[in-house]
Design a protein around this ligand. Structure first.
Ligand code: PMP
Length: 344
């Protein structure tokens, strides 16, 4: 597969902006190149454009090379990057499983790219034939989210393999919730599959949604293209510093993710015992999709009690479903206690 054949011609021809700090190699005695204010500290200097040291730490944790990593302002920037680099506005299209995370379609609309949703089966499994049938010669990418938001299920490698082997474009596997899943990450398949892009984020298990840091793992060819197109200093110094701190606490993060998985099981049991709950779907993420008698009524009731959940009743295959994030023990107790009162 030749990735460059998928790239928008203007991006392939693009001469990227060259930062002052990109051009100078060596150790400097005076930075008089970037029109910063030399007197104000400590945030007066532009940050590192590529953050290779951060990427090396991430690579060590994920078993890949630093050169296979792009850092974005949340995974949302990585999602947008796929459109900006590969999809010709008004010409190309993408295919995605449905239901799934909403930003794939929002970014498609912003970039004037046709978005083709393909329904999952009723049990939320993937019909690879149906997904592939929706592609044509202008399809640049297939979006898969695993574990999927909002359904909570993960797709096994065997389910994804058909897409990766039979589609001559990019397959993006968004593993935002991958740290809560016992299955293997697709990152280990990168060297064998040039069209694969895996997304991960600091916003979920890493507990740092506020710093806005997402990661795309892909072939060096894709990463070089993303780096060429991104804003020169997309990752700010505060984010970088907090990320470095968190990467030193990877064991603590893994232990907390395991604890959240345990609490998820307890919460599922407690929810399933309530009369208004018809079904708690199995989850490999840090949330539960819960089918209830009347999602709109229950959502309003919970809102009135100051408890905010996500009403997914208008989403395909999710009639009367609420999506509930696993909270602290106190938050979960508050939810269960409100639901108990609702029954009376
Ligand atoms: N992917 C999925 C599947 C998500 O659910 C979310 C956020 N809810 C994101 C990506 C966005 O993550 P980030 O905060 O890294 O932009």
């Amino acid at each position: 597969m030749d990735i460059n054949k998928l790239v928008r011609p203007n991006i392939l021809a693009l001469k990227p902006y060259s930062c002052a700090r990109d051009e100078f190699k060596g150790s400097a005695r005076a930075f008089l190149d970037a029109n910063e204010n030399a007197f104000m500290h400590p945030y007066n200097r532009y940050p590192d454009p590529l953050n290779m040291d951060v990427k090396e730490l991430i690579a060590g944790i994920n078993g890949c090379r630093g050169s296979q990593i792009f850092l974005g302002v949340g995974s949302d920037e990585c999602i947008d990057m796929v459109y900006r680099v590969f999809c010709r506005p008004g010409v190309d299209n993408v295919v995605a499983i449905d239901p799934t995370y909403g930003m794939y379609s929002v970014c498609a609309a912003i970039n004037d790219v046709e978005y083709r949703p393909v329904p999952l089966n009723a049990d939320f499994s993937l019909d690879a034939d149906r997904v592939l049938a929706a592609t044509d010669s202008n399809t640049k990418a297939i979006w898969v989210c695993s574990p999927n938001n909002p359904t909570g299920n993960a797709f096994a490698y065997e389910e994804l393999r058909a897409l990766l082997e039979r589609f001559d474009g990019l397959v993006i596997v968004d593993e935002a919730y991958g740290d809560f899943n016992d299955g293997e990450s697709m990152i280990s398949r990168l060297d064998a599959l040039p069209g694969l892009i895996v997304l991960r984020t600091f916003s979920k298990a890493w507990g740092n949604a506020a710093i806005r840091l997402g990661m795309a793992f892909a072939s060096e060819t894709v990463i070089d293209l993303f780096n060429k197109v991104k804003y020169p200093y997309n990752i700010n110094a505060l984010t970088r510093s907090q990320a470095m701190d968190m990467l030193g606490r990877a064991d603590e993060v893994a232990a907390l993710a395991a604890e959240i998985v345990k609490v998820r099981g307890d919460l599922a049991t407690r929810l399933a015992a309530l009369p208004t709950v018809r079904r708690v779907y199995p989850s490999q993420a840090n949330f539960l999709l819960v089918k209830v008698d009347d999602a709109d009524a229950l959502y309003s009731y919970l809102s009135g009690r100051g408890i905010v959940v996500r009403n997914r009743t208008n989403v395909n295959l999710c009639d009367d479903c609420l999506r509930v994030t696993v909270g602290t023990p106190e938050e979960n107790d508050l939810l269960i206690s409100a639901l108990n009162d609702y029954e009376r």
